[in-house]
Ligand binder design. Structure first.
Ligand code: NAD
Length: 468
């Protein structure tokens, strides 16, 4: 038997014990996770610097998300796991109806590389809170972070409750062949489909946290300078390797030129403040690997070949895995960049005249993970919110909806994902919401009118119920 299979079976063996563990026992383990993270925080900063050239404060941002989830879950778990009585209807009269949240069993977590610590722990906190055992396979594209995450988890939790295995596609495929009860996947659509198909073999439920092309709408009333600052930050942060990053702008034609000039100025002001050039700036992170650097460069080259114009940036340096923060205009639908998620610091600019054109442009693409609206007109914001679909939306800002507030469930819709992460919703996602009915056995409450031969009284009652 392979090591992976035997470890999986050990986790299966612990599921009943974990299912019946108390809120206090579970929160003690969350605390142990946090302490182990704090012990290794400097190593995580160093790994982030080596892998993506990000600053310690960027990784600390991920740790804060994790802490917010641990604190919120620890505070509320006793309440969440308490059986919840629900009201009766005519059909359950005299009975006691309740919902209990039970663990699903063993959960597989497959995170992406762009925020490895948050993507490992946020689902894991919900899985542990719900009483599951868990297997994590960190992304092979961030191996330094992956090893530290393994050390943290193996230090904090017993071997039959959590198992971290390193590896790439082959290991992921071996894991996907096992009868997990739930698979939690963060990554691109192509692998998302593989995960969903594999889950079907065992009827495992899935959470798919994917991405897509998140649009930004700038209407003619928007505060352009304010919007430009936020869009420039959202697009260049983590070198664009952010699932909710603004991918393309649809600006009203009357302000489009002014807006693009503002974004260009802001990209320079925020990321080239020392005037040493963007490539030398310590605030412009690197793309995770050569393959993704080439892929992003390929998207830009294809767009330029098909008539796109560079408003800002456009440079790259393969050897340094560097893509210059870039703004492109004159976009057309036949460009690959208008169909594929860039996941890099390249912003495309489109324009519109009538509001309905914005709706059509967004509807041409699969449902995005996020949608951003910049306007000072609340009727305009409502129009765009009600006529589009996305996993989340923000008015007059971007990216702030992810990870900052455990009261806001996070996730996608359609091609950008399914299921929700974080807070109570994350706990429910990884629980079996079990409905339980208790039938008292006294003669007043224990009656079964529905037995054949059907009485006139029973038939009359059901038929009357339909007419109502
Ligand atoms: P990816 O799809 O390449 O990899 C994700 C995971 O799948 C990794 O663990 C990887 O080992 C595994 N995997 C890769 N190929 C596989 C195969 N053939 N069979 C089985 N497993 C396989 O994703 P990525 O490139 O690391 O991440 C980028 C994507 O993730 C972007 O689309 C981004 O939008 C998305 N993302 C979404 C969220 C979110 O919360 N919605 C967060 C971060 C990233």
């Amino acid at each position: 038997m392979s090591e992976i299979k035997s470890r999986f079976e050990a986790l299966q063996g612990a599921t009943l014990r974990l299912r019946n563990s108390t809120a206090a026992e579970r929160t003690a383990k969350l605390k142990a996770i946090w302490e182990a993270i704090v012990d290794r925080q400097d190593d995580l900063y160093e790994a982030g610097a080596k892998e993506r050239s990000v600053q310690p404060v960027d990784i600390a941002g991920e740790l804060i998300m994790v802490k917010a989830e641990i604190d919120f879950t620890s505070k509320n778990l006793a309440k969440w796991i308490k059986p919840k009585r629900v009201k009766n209807t005519m059909f359950t009269m005299g009975k006691t109806c309740e919902i209990r949240h039970q663990s699903k069993g063993v959960v597989l977590n497959l995170p992406a590389y762009n925020a490895p610590t948050a993507e490992t722990f946020v689902p894991m906190i919900s899985a542990m809170a719900a009483g599951n055992a868990i297997v994590v396979k960190p992304s092979e594209h961030a191996p330094l972070s992956a090893q530290i995450l393994e050390d943290i988890i193996h230090k904090a939790l017993p071997a039959d409750e959590a198992y971290v295995v390193q590896g790439g596609v082959e290991v992921a495929q071996e894991l996907l062949s096992l009868p997990f009860n739930h698979i939690y996947y963060t990554g691109g659509n192509t692998v998302g489909k593989i995960v969903m198909k594999a889950a079907a073999d065992h009827f495992a439920s899935v959470t798919l946290e994917m991405g897509g092309k998140s649009p930004v709408i700038i209407d003619e009333t928007a505060n352009l300078e304010n919007a430009a600052t936020k869009v420039a930050w959202g697009r260049v942060m983590n070198a664009g390797q952010v699932c909710v990053a603004p991918e393309y702008v649809i600006a009203h034609e009357s302000i489009a030129d002014a807006f693009s000039k503002h974004v260009a100025e802001k990209m320079d002001a925020l990321y080239n403040s020392e005037k040493t050039g963007l490539e030398n700036s310590e605030f412009v992170p690197r793309i995770i690997n050569d393959r993704h650097t080439k892929r992003i460069k390929g998207l830009v080259d294809d767009a330029l070949k098909k008539g796109a114009e560079v408003v800002f940036g456009g440079g790259s340096n393969d050897k340094k895995r560097y893509i210059e923060p870039t703004i492109l205009s004159n976009m057309t639908e036949d460009m690959d960049i208008m169909q594929e998620e860039v996941f890099g610091p390249v912003l495309s600019l489109l324009t519109y005249k009538e509001k309905s054109e914005v709706i059509d442009l967004i509807a041409k693409r699969p449902n995005p993970l996020a949608l951003y609206i910049y306007t000072t007109n609340s009727a305009s914001a409502e129009y765009f919110l009600t006529n589009t679909s996305s996993g989340s939306a923000v008015v007059n800002n971007n990216c702030i909806q992810a990870g900052g507030n455990p009261n806001l469930p996070f996730g996608g819709v359609g091609a950008s994902g399914m299921g929700r992460a974080g807070g109570y919703r994350g706990f429910v996602e990884l629980s079996n919401e079990r409905s339980i009915v208790h039938q008292p056995l006294d003669r007043f409450r224990d009656f079964m009118m529905q037995l054949p031969p059907y009485s006139e009284k029973y038939t009359g009652l059901v038929m009357k119920g339909i007419k109502k």
